[in-house]
Design a protein around this ligand. Structure first.
Ligand code: CAO
Length: 660
């Protein structure tokens, strides 16, 4: 382990480049080539990769700093792993300049806009863009009244292969703009008028399109090798892509396809950039040697092309991803541009797939967005000049994940990965009437769906012998009625459940929303499911364990009436620890109730009937009450449930125990 100061590598001679993003913090563990910071000049943005694996000790730059080659970026405690050059770190601290692959600017610069002078007015025209015609204006960077310096970007153009900033040919004030976003422009088109700062700028000081050097980033060109002089086939191989193997993320052609010179054959992606590999010649694809997902390096075969003009005419350009440089004289700006901005090219491609090509984001951010399936055009940029940062992408994902379903219908019909039920035209099969669901019904349905999807349910069944209970209840019924109370089996069930919850506290819990804790309740509030004309509601009786049977009977009938009259308040339905759902008055021999989250268990009560019971010597008639206990298996295990249920049926079988 040793510390090293990581400096800015060779960035093509650019000076005082602004730090626009810091991708790491002290304490972060980084791998070789992980992005540390992103720099942005007025022409390009570039990710600066880590030259070694290790732990970030301190970050020595801040967003907004202007730095140059050699400036210290951060202190790194190297782990004992290979650095970017494949050398094993020897533990010596070093501040040697890492030989990183030079970052690739994502925006191609073109020559300053040409200018035509009329007095102190400068009519700015589109410079030589390599003969490309009808290029889209994707951004107008200035407004009337703006002051611009010579070299400031005034427009951004985008072809299907690259985007290019058009810099101002002089300093001045913008007096009129003749194009707008979405317009198409060609060389010589007048785009805006400037009033020169120096009143009349000398034509001699203007940039002549013909003489200007067009600053481009030269990109990968396939290395072509001629398979045989007489043959008309061309083996197209991976060009110099600046070092390590990269992923093939797209094969853009198929065997039999006819391609033009410059058509994209494949798309490669490193963790720093994506690059389209263009066809070096027009021709027909005879065979393809690679597939998506392969890793390829320089000289690996890509495909074989039947070249229209004969292979012997094929040139062997060999270029590499490098720092900004002038293109070969014969290479037009647009052509160079078309090869020069792999990131943008891929973005254009992905735009067609809705991935947001017209957004301002660096290669690492685009890659992250692709990995997370984020459409960048939906991401709000918080970065400088509308540039989308990794944090913006992460914030977008976080917001989406936290977003509640927009309407209850969405909650009803789908969960993550749950296929939707197809819509059916029921009227095709006979007369139907479509009725609007009440708000309560929709709410209940949404809650049921949520509970059903979230809770791993287990349901156990048992019969309680309520013969003695029913005998006692019948004997007490009249007396209870005198006090205005109807004594049904429900208060007995409430009392028995409260005692069982105290006996088996694993049932009186809720899972904490953080997924890390269990909430143990020291109170016993029990909900009763009440069927009402508008739907099922669950009012809650408080402190059931502390109340007598008559009081429970009274409270449950008051709450049930309130429910049926639609007079329950939200507080009447909150705070339940457990629920009883009784269909005993209606019928049935058993059902599987759905746990009422965030409670973890619910008791289903069916209709008691007299059944033959074998007492060891003979069958005797006993009144048996069918019960079903559903529970959340994340909170309650089967053994606990068995004990809870046995205790409950014991209490119901011997009513005297309820008073203990
Ligand atoms: N077995 C046999 N008879 C039963 C019984 C059972 N399990 N439970 C109740 N009964 C009897 C009662 O004793 C009463 O008869 P008597 O008048 O002769 O005594 C009769 O059925 C009607 O009882 P009730 O419904 O008035 O009173 P309750 O205390 O049993 O129930 C309440 C109250 C609110 C639970 C009930 O009115 C209700 O709404 N039930 C529906 C619950 C529901 O829809 N659950 C949904 C399940 S899943 O979606």
């Amino acid at each position: 382990m040793a510390n090293q100061t990581v400096p800015v590598p060779d960035i093509g001679g650019a000076e005082n480049v602004e730090v626009i993003e810091i991708a790491v913090s002290p304490g972060d563990i980084v791998a070789v080539e992980d992005t540390l910071i992103t720099l942005e000049s007025d022409k390009a943005s570039m990710d600066i990769p880590s030259p070694a694996a290790g732990k970030v000790i301190s970050v020595l730059v801040s967003i907004g700093d202007n730095i140059s080659e050699g400036s210290a970026i951060l202190e790194l405690e190297e782990s004992d792993s290979k650095n970017i050059n494949g050398e094993r770190n020897n533990g010596r601290a070093t501040s040697a300049k890492p030989e990183v692959a030079t970052p690739e600017p994502e925006v191609v610069a073109v020559a300053p806009a040409a200018s035509q002078f009329a007095g102190d007015e400068i009519s700015v025209v589109i410079p030589d863009i390599g003969g490309a015609e009808g290029i889209d204006v994707i951004e107008v960077c200035v407004a009337v009244g703006d002051s611009v310096d010579e070299g400031d970007s005034i427009l951004v153009l985008e072809s299907d292969k690259a985007s290019m900033e058009v810099p101002s040919p002089a300093s001045g004030t913008v007096t009129s703009i003749r194009v707008k976003e979405g317009d198409k422009v060609s060389e010589g088109d007048s785009v805006l008028v400037l009033v020169s700062v120096d009143a009349v700028a000398s034509p001699a000081s203007s940039v002549s399109p013909a003489s200007s050097s067009v600053s481009v980033v030269e990109s990968v060109n396939p290395v072509e090798t001629i398979s045989a002089p007489a043959s008309k086939t061309l083996d197209v191989t991976v060009p110099d892509i600046g070092g390590s193997a990269v992923d093939v993320i797209e094969i853009s052609v198929r065997v039999g396809d006819v391609v033009e010179d410059g058509d994209t054959l494949i798309v490669l992606e490193s963790d720093k950039a994506s690059m389209e590999i263009p066809s070096p010649k027009a021709g027909k694809v005879l065979s393809i040697s690679i597939q998506e997902g392969d890793k390829v390096s320089q000289d690996n075969p890509i495909l074989v092309l039947e070249v229209s003009g004969g292979a012997e005419e094929a040139s062997t350009p060999s270029t590499s991803v490098s720092a900004p440089t002038s293109p070969p004289p014969q290479q037009s700006a647009a052509k160079a541009a078309s090869q020069a901005s792999p990131e943008k090219s891929t973005a254009s491609e992905s735009a067609a797939k809705g991935s947001g090509s017209d957004v301002y984001a660096g290669p690492a951010v685009r890659k992250l967005a692709r990995q997370l399936g984020v459409n960048l055009s939906e991401v709000k940029a918080a970065g400088p000049r509308g540039r989308i940062s990794k944090d913006d992408v992460k914030a977008f994902v976080k917001t989406r994940l936290q977003k509640k379903p927009e309407n209850l219908a969405a909650a009803l019909s789908s969960g993550v990965g749950i296929p939707q039920v197809p819509e059916v035209d029921f009227a095709k099969f006979g007369e139907v009437e479509v009725e609007k669901m009440s708000k309560l019904s929709k709410m209940i349905a949404a809650n049921m769906t949520r509970n059903w999807l979230n809770v791993p349910h287990v349901t156990q069944f048992d019969d309680a012998d309520v013969t003695d209970l029913e005998e006692f209840r019948s004997s007490m019924k009249k007396e209870a009625e005198k006090t205005g109370v109807k004594l049904t089996p429900l208060p007995f069930l409430l009392k028995a459940c409260a005692m069982a919850l105290n006996q088996e506290p694993s049932f009186n819990v809720s899972l904490h929303a953080d997924g890390e804790h269990i909430v143990r309740k020291k109170h016993v509030h029990i909900g009763i499911a009440v069927a009402t004309p508008t739907g099922l509601v669950v009012p809650v009786i408080r402190d059931v364990d502390k109340k007598g049977l008559l009081q429970l009977a009274e409270e449950s009938s008051i709450l049930a009436k309130k429910a049926r009259d639609g007079k329950l308040l939200p507080k009447d339905m909150q705070g339940g620890c457990f629920t009883i759902s009784s269909l005993g008055a209606i019928g049935g021999t058993g059902f599987t109730p759905i746990v009422n989250c965030p409670e973890v268990a619910i008791l289903g009560v069916s209709k008691s009937t007299i059944k033959p019971f074998w007492d060891g010597e003979a069958f005797i008639p006993r009144q048996m009450l069918p019960l079903s206990l559903s529970y959340d298996h994340r909170a309650v295990n089967g053994a606990d449930a068995g004990r809870f249920f046995t205790y409950l049926t014991t209490l119901l079988a011997d009513v005297r125990r309820l008073s203990l």
